[in-house]
Write a protein that binds this ligand. Structure first.
Ligand SMILES: *Cc1c(COP(=O)(O)O)cnc(C)c1O
Length: 428
């Protein structure tokens, strides 16, 4: 027999999982327990000292969660992962592991709105300072580097706008600065784009979106690529200084190329606490089994919808990297050649009122603030998520009065287009 490396669709179903050794259960069970019995006093001591890996308490580890972690690490090509309660919890734990008060990180200016809030407001209380750069201009990241810079954060395909970031170019900037590149790969998923292959050191996801895929569970995950050298210049105290809470253990010496993932769990998750529920881990695992099928259908449907909208007389513009004329089409061909994802924006010639009419008139589309469901979703940011901003701020955030955002679902594409067509006909 020849050694066959499992393909992506096989890993999406099998990575990390095996029939339950005690019961024979084929599906990974929901291990709905808060705590775990120690074998003996000696084993308990070793577990607490991180001398051996095993289950102590549900805030740190859970067997259902462990399968989810191994599966997503395999899909992204990383060495280890940590699943947590939400995408925002994943980001919090990543930065908690990397930054000290007074440190800086550089982030793309065009991110998921919640990440912009988290970075500019909540993180200030920790003394972590964000410096913004332009995702369309990798040189702007280079210009923002200072001696206090500890990390760079981008999205592979950015939410909303359909922007594709030149991951390899920004990875070069990070390498020269000696800091890790963190990529939020939520909208692309590892099916469309694998940032580690282009130089990312850490990948984060909101599992809530396409990975879970059915709009029924929140979750987040951190994937450690395992190739960043944490020992250099003693810049990362959590990883390269003796930790008093673990008898002076130095994480990068002790845990080698998965030190970051262990530190996120044993220092970040342990003390900050946003663990994922076993039930949500189970739901997300089930969702991931069909990721390759769903994601291709999402991307194919989105491309057909983008083409329909581009030709529609009431539509002023469409921003979708899958369209040949789009500004980001070249980068999409390089980083996500199977498709540009399913989330994008377009502009209505009728402005604010036309946007309100459209979301009032859709029937198949759901008007709500989420993306990455099997269902088609729509939102008019100017009247909802971005309504507190001035018009100038709205335009700067890519949420001008005319902008509509879609997350195209996996229904029959003819029905999706027919619904948009009838809703557009209600606009004067
Ligand atoms: C939703 C989302 C997040 C935040 O994830 P939660 O699971 O809602 O906390 C982060 N980044 C992107 C791109 C998202 O779409």
């Amino acid at each position: 027999m020849t050694e066959q490396t499992p393909g992506f669709s096989t890993l999406a179903i099998h990575a990390g999982a095996a029939p339950d050794p005690t019961t024979g259960a084929r599906i990974t069970p929901i291990y709905q327990t808060a705590s775990y019995v120690f074998e003996d006093v000696d084993q308990a001591a070793k577990l607490f000292g991180l001398e051996t890996f095993g289950n102590i308490y549900g805030r740190l580890t859970n067997p259902t969660q462990a399968v989810l972690e191994e599966r997503v690490a395999a899909l992204e090509g990383g060495v280890a992962a940590l699943a947590v309660a939400s995408g925002h919890a994943a980001q919090l734990i990543v930065f908690h592991t990397l930054l000290q008060p007074g440190d800086e990180f550089i982030a793309s200016r065009k991110l998921y709105g919640g990440s912009i809030n988290q970075f500019s407001n909540a993180f200030k209380n920790f003394g972590w300072n964000v410096v913004w750069a332009d995702p369309a201009d990798p040189a702007s990241f280079e210009k923002a580097v200072t001696p206090r810079t500890k990390a760079i954060f981008i999205e592979s395909i950015a939410n909303p706008g359909g922007i594709v970031t030149d991951i390899a170019a920004v990875a070069h900037v990070a390498k020269r600065a000696g800091v890790p590149l963190i990529v939020d790969n939520t909208l692309a998923t590892p099916y469309l784009c694998r940032p580690i292959e282009h130089g990312a050191d850490i990948v984060v996801h909101s599992l809530t979106k396409f990975l879970a895929g059915h709009g029924n569970s929140l979750g987040g995950i951190i994937i450690d690529a395992g190739n960043f050298d944490w020992s250099r210049e003693n810049r990362y105290p959590m990883l390269c200084e003796p930790r008093p809470e673990y008898n002076g253990l130095v994480f990068h010496q002790n845990f080698g190329n998965f030190a970051f993932a262990v530190a996120c769990r044993a220092l970040g998750l342990r003390d900050l606490g946003p663990c994922i529920s076993p039930f949500n881990a189970f739901q997300i695992l089930t969702g991931i089994e069909t990721l390759p099928l769903r994601m291709q259908r999402h991307a194919d449907n989105a491309k057909a919808v983008a083409e329909f909208l581009s030709d529609h007389p009431k539509v002023a513009w469409v921003s979708y990297a899958g369209l040949p004329g789009d500004r980001y089409h070249g980068l999409q061909q390089k980083y996500a050649p199977k498709g540009a994802g399913a989330v994008f924006t377009f502009g209505l010639k009728g402005g604010y009122d036309a946007g309100v009419t459209l979301v009032k008139s859709v029937e198949l589309f759901s008007h709500l603030a989420n993306v990455g469901d099997t269902r088609s979703l729509v939102i008019h940011p100017a009247s909802t998520t971005h309504r507190q901003l001035t018009d100038a701020q709205k335009v700067a955030a890519g949420a001008g009065p005319d902008v509509v955002r879609l997350s195209v679902g996996i229904e029959d594409v003819a029905d999706i287009i027919a619904d948009l067509d009838q809703a557009l006909s209600h606009i004067d």
